[in-house]
Write a protein that binds this ligand. Structure first.
Ligand code: AMP
Length: 212
């Protein structure tokens, strides 16, 4: 059984893109707490109503809410997951071990990159909600402006991908990441990749990591 994979990185560091490749090559299941929260907002559920303004501002939703949502959407005993966007702080790292993984083997991958590059990357990011394709207006523009190459659906500029919110999301990330990295380092599960390399190079490194 392959290890459960925990992807740690700033917004826009390439976690979602690598997750997509890992799913198609190794059959991992993807669990993104950001996607789960956005789905609740889209559905207009009570939870969605409660968290909407938090996401719009780029702040963190409370730990218990996110943990409950995560637990409701994964079945560790029977599947292998990529955790994308969780954990975001030390408490969540501990909760992932004690309440979700419960002893399942896991590896954490840190997408190390200069944060200034990321602000530009995210502001230019456009996503296709159904196909999951991720574009960049500068480095990976769609063939037809505003449309997904794969599904033809309209591309979306996430509401929290504006410069002001992105800067706040970066600050939230910087404030919380060090204890998370130290936590995985101490338990010998931390692997670092240079996320400024091409997505193909990053993927090769991750592949080596999970197959060895
Ligand atoms: P993401 O798609 O991972 O960039 O997440 C988008 C937003 O969802 C974040 O800015 C937070 O508001 C919220 N969010 C996602 N994952 C978490 C988490 N693990 N803990 C708290 N809030 C989260």
């Amino acid at each position: 059984m392959r290890p459960q994979l925990i992807l740690i990185g700033a917004p826009g560091s390439g976690k979602g893109t690598q997750a997509k490749k890992l799913i198609s090559e190794f059959g991992y299941n993807h669990v993104s707490t950001g996607d789960l929260l956005r789905a609740e907002i889209q559905k207009g559920s009570d939870l969605g109503e409660r968290v909407k303004s938090i996401l719009d501002a780029g702040n963190l939703v409370d730990d218990q809410t996110v943990l409950d949502l995560l637990n409701a959407n994964c079945d560790i005993a029977n599947s292998t997951y990529i955790f994308d966007g969780y954990p975001r702080n030390l408490e969540q790292s501990r909760a992932l071990d004690s309440e979700v993984l419960k002893g399942a083997s896991s590896k954490a991958i840190y997408f190390d990159v200069d944060l200034e590059i990321l602000v530009e990357r995210i502001v230019n990011r456009r996503v296709a909600m159904k196909s999951g394709e991720i574009y960049n207006l500068i480095t990976r523009p769609p063939k037809t402006p505003g449309k997904c190459d794969v599904s033809g659906e309209d591309l979306v500029h996430r509401k929290d991908d504006t410069e002001e919110t992105v800067r706040n999301r970066m600050n939230v990330f910087i404030e919380n990441v060090e204890p998370v990295l130290a936590y995985y380092e101490q338990s010998g599960r931390l692997y670092r990749v240079k996320a400024s390399e091409s997505s193909t190079e990053v993927f090769e490194k991750i592949k080596n990591l999970i197959t060895k």
